[in-house]
Design a protein around this ligand. Structure first.
Ligand SMILES: [Zn+2]
Length: 99
């Protein structure tokens, strides 16, 4: 990672939330940024992605809209750290060929 902002802010947020809820948070199940993805490719990526909502109704053969909402939600990659502005360099191979 080009910067450690997400990790550092996650640690600060975790400490802040634990302090805020105190003993009411008897057992922490999860404490992290939402929308984290596991990346298997070598390189410098942001493992938190921005959620993008795309929900729609399909049309039935009789012309009416389906009652059921179809969820086409996806995620958008973050190319620059939103906290410090550092660029995530992307795939390791691309970085090498750029020189
Ligand atoms: Zn940063």
């Amino acid at each position: 990672m080009a910067c450690k902002c997400f990790k550092e802010i996650e640690e600060k947020m975790d400490a802040r939330m634990r302090k805020h809820y105190g003993e009411n948070a008897a057992e922490i199940d999860e404490s992290s940024f939402a929308n984290q993805v596991y990346l298997f490719e070598e390189g410098d990526f942001c493992n938190v992605m921005l959620p993008y909502l795309f929900r729609f109704y399909k049309r039935k053969k009789n012309g009416d809209l389906e009652q059921r909402l179809t969820n086409g939600d996806t995620k958008v990659a973050i190319n620059y750290c939103p906290f410090c502005g550092t660029k995530f360099e992307g795939a390791a191979k691309e970085k090498e060929s750029a020189h």
